[in-house]
Design a binder for this molecule. Sequence first.
Ligand code: ZN
Length: 106
Amino acid sequence: MSHMILSHLQAHDGATLSELCAATGLPEEAVQDILCELSRSGVVVGVPRHHQPPILHAVTTLGECEWCGIIEHHRVAGMCPTCLNKSSGLESLPATYTHATPRSHA
Ligand SMILES: [Zn+2]
């Protein structure tokens, strides 16, 4: 489900919780749960605003898509929009995000 949220954030450069609920059709609780996971993975950041709900942004980077290799200016979690839409979000990301393993110094 997280890919729906990430895709929306990637396409819109920020959205509020209620906008994400409307865009995904998921209940607020579910969206909040996913956002919690995403922000813990460092893929989404929330920007607090005065007297208004925080704006959520996907952390985008410039570089090669880790899946198809095209150069993308708004990679989210290392994926271009096409690959992000085809994926199921963080659930199917390469191991680094969900099960980080300590690197050996060898
Ligand atoms: Zn791609």
